[in-house]
Design a protein around this ligand. Structure first.
Ligand code: ADP
Ligand code: MG
Length: 699
């Protein structure tokens, strides 16, 4: 059980000052805690920047893409001209050197007029941008009069927000959360503290939430580094403990001659590639042996992992056991199921789908069939590891696109059977150096070779100003039956703005292409999302405008065109994933990266790399290198997937040390029972590696 010392941190966030019943929901959303945010979530929501109000340039001297505080007079209000709800309200302000447009989307015009009356002089803080040569501040962070600015601290933390929340509300809650932090013992080895010059845990959090200078929130600074280390250490401990536990129970040998596998292979419209055959052989060797399999199947998008998994599952079924495949989203689970089900039927495999949206009666039927052994394979979402799901005899758990799940779920699924073998599949080609961070030391099989017949994807970059030509080319391609994705990017700090951008783009394209245009985004309800995907899959719509929700795994072989708007805002690996959505069928595919210039060196290097290669592993290495060179990502991309603090671009160097410290601790006291090591249990609970902590509590 979690030590009571930590209880104050796991109380509801709604008990913090400034969080009432109404904005509690907003905090839940911001902190990605649909079940209710806790104090610890607020505490761990670190500022990604500061507002340094000591920078108060004249407008002429203000540097674009930095946060500035200007002192300017309001000269004009420009209400939206069209009736379109999403056109922004603009306010023109100026000083004696130049002018700036303040841009408000979805704002209440009355509020804007009252805050910024014509003729008044105000202090305005926010990120200055150049948009078509016009200086703009979109949604200023602060609009203040002389009195208000005098009361503010010179340096303030800047937090990622969600629509409807304000900096001051989050800052106030964070301040409250800091006060709830109990006095905690040190869990990092003294030698590491000294060597890396770490501040204490509490001190690190305090200096980030109450920065005295912009450097205090730097991800490479001492405070952020300490917290990243805490997280990596807890992660490595958890991975090591899990591994020890999984290896404790010897595996079972699955005796199969490969009869079902051969039937499946005959039914396949293609032959396995050499890489697939090799991976399958490695997996089969594990399945046949007494050793418990813990294996990672790594392969770029489209490299054909699913078939390999299906063939592995067939062996386990032939040995008289069951197999489960878990996907991170409803759409993907459904897609896997639909793709495998007819093939499986040919080999006589009984397969069912289980997601969070099944009808109760269907669910009940599936559950009892699973428990009775009347089903061989179940495909599903996280619905699969609920307590109600009981297998007659689960022999193999396959987890697709794993880094969305994390260790906890992986173990939960594998724990549903006696010595269940585990196969984790990832489509993110993670560089070798990072496999350890995500997966611990698993055995690795990699599919580096693509199925034959794929043509290279013609990748080009173009400035967004040439959108007219692009639309004309798209129109010609659609005339020849093509299908296209059109991706709209993340807008930093606001999901609503993302969605607005995608909706606007869809609306603009509909003026030209009418009903051929579909739209899918993260705010849509699950069934609507599926329906939009299905319309695109079936060809009812020919252009799918989307935010990055299509990034993971969705397979529409007929789609041959990928257009990415504001490509300069995406990371290299992400662009590669997006591009991987096309080039899956036999048709010639192209990828158009639309950018808004001028491009920085890193953005140029990214685009150049993409044009040069389609090798996901190479791209991943390059991505890491480019990010390592100080390219600052947007707030929402800050943490590596599955991590809150650790950014593997910045903190990868800490990993080996965290690993060593974790190994040393476990070698000293396998159940973390020694005095010093008990502090590590606390760490596990603090970072919610509860399952791992429980493994050591028994002893
Ligand atoms: P991944 O899951 O690795 O992204 P998939 O398993 O979805 O890739 O495979 C992508 C596509 O390639 C699918 O349409 C699949 O049927 C096809 N495919 C898989 N293996 C082969 C192969 N050996 N030869 C030809 N096509 C293949
Ligand atoms: Mg896949």
């Amino acid at each position: 059980m979690r030590p009571s010392l930590l209880d104050p941190l796991f109380a509801a966030a709604a008990t913090l000052p400034g969080i009432g019943p109404k904005n509690a929901k907003l905090f839940d959303r911001l902190l990605d805690r649909p079940q209710g945010a806790r104090v610890v979530d607020v505490l761990f929501h670190l500022p990604h920047a500061t507002l340094d109000r000591r920078t108060r340039p004249k407008i002429r001297d203000a540097v674009p893409d930095t946060i500035v505080t200007i002192h300017a007079k309001v000269t004009e209000h420009r209400a939206p001209q069209s009736q379109r709800a999403r056109a922004p309200f603009k306010v023109l302000v100026e000083d004696d050197t130049g002018d700036v447009e303040l841009v408000f989307f979805l704002a209440n015009p009355e509020w804007v007029r009252a805050r910024l009356p014509i003729g008044a002089t105000r202090w305005i803080s926010g990120r200055l941008e150049l948009y078509d040569g016009v200086r703009q501040i979109v949604h200023p962070d602060k609009v203040m009069d002389d009195e208000e600015i005098a009361r503010l601290p010179p340096v303030e933390p800047v937090y990622a927000l969600t629509e409807g929340l304000y900096q001051r509300t989050v800052a106030r809650a964070a301040e409250g959360a800091l006060k709830r932090l109990p006095r905690l013992p040190e869990w990092i080895a003294a030698e590491t503290i000294e060597k890396l010059n770490f501040p204490a845990f509490a001190g690190a959090l305090a200096s980030m939430h109450r920065p005295a200078a912009p450097e205090d929130v730097d991800p490479a600074g001492p405070a952020a580094t300490r917290l990243a280390y805490d997280e990596l250490l807890s992660n490595q401990l958890a991975l090591l403990l899990m591994r020890a536990r999984m290896r404790e129970t010897a595996g079972r040998a699955h005796e199969a001659e490969g009869v079902l596998g051969r039937r499946l292979e005959t039914a396949l419209p293609f032959a396995l590639t050499g890489a697939q055959a090799k991976a399958l052989e490695e997996i089969r060797a594990d399945l046949r042996s007494e050793k418990r399999m813990i294996r990672l199947l790594q392969g770029d998008v489209g490299s054909g992992k699913t078939v390999v998994a299906l063939l592995a599952m067939a062996d386990v079924v032939e040995a008289g056991r069951q197999a489960a495949m878990m996907a991170p989203t409803e759409v993907l689970a459904r897609q896997h199921f639909e793709r495998m089900t007819s093939l499986a039927a040919e080999a006589g495999l009984r397969m069912a789908l289980m997601t969070g949206r099944d009808k109760t009666s269907e669910r009940r039927e599936t559950l009892s069939a699973l428990a009775a052994g009347a089903l061989d394979i179940v495909v599903g979402t996280h619905a699969l590891f609920q307590d109600a799901v009981v297998f007659a005899d689960l022999g193999l758990a396959v987890v697709d696109e794993q880094h969305r799940f994390g260790v906890r779920q992986r173990l939960a699924l594998a724990g549903k059977g006696a010595a269940t073998d585990l196969l984790v599949m990832t489509a993110t080609p993670i560089p070798r150096s990072l496999v350890l961070a995500y997966f611990g030391d698993m055995d690795v099989s990699a599919l580096r070779e693509k199925p034959p017949g794929r043509q290279p994807i013609d990748t080009r970059a173009m400035p967004i100003e040439r959108i007219g030509e692009i639309v004309a080319a798209l129109s010609r391609a659609l005339g020849h039956g093509a299908r296209a994705y059109w991706i709209c990017p993340l807008v930093e700090e606001s999901e609503t703005l993302d969605v607005a951008a995608a909706e606007d783009r869809a609306e603009a394209l509909r003026l030209i292409f009418g009903d051929a245009v579909g739209l899918v985004h993260g705010r849509m309800a699950g069934p609507d999302k599926d329906a939009a995907m299905e319309r695109f899959q079936s060809g009812e719509t020919r252009i799918l405008v989307s935010t990055t929700v299509v990034e993971v795994g969705v397979d529409v072989p007929e789609a041959t065109i990928m257009i990415v708007e504001h490509a300069e805002r995406f990371g290299l690996a992400q662009l590669h994933q997006l591009r991987g959505r096309v080039g899956r069928g036999a048709g010639r595919s192209s990828c158009l990266l639309l950018y808004k210039g001028p491009l920085g060196d890193t953005a140029k290097a990214r685009i150049e790399t993409l044009r040069e290669t389609e090798d996901g592993f190479r791209i991943a290495e390059e991505d890491l290198r480019l990010r390592g060179e100080g390219d600052v990502l947007g707030a929402r991309q800050a943490g590596a997937p599955g991590f809150r603090f650790a950014r593997l671009d910045v903190h990868a160097g800490l990993l080996a040390r965290a690993r060593r410290d974790a190994e040393a601790a476990i070698a000293r006291s396998p159940r973390l029972a020694a005095d010093d090591d008990q502090n590590l249990r606390l760490l596990l609970y603090l970072f919610e590696r509860d399952e791992a902590a429980k493994l050591v509590e028994a002893g």
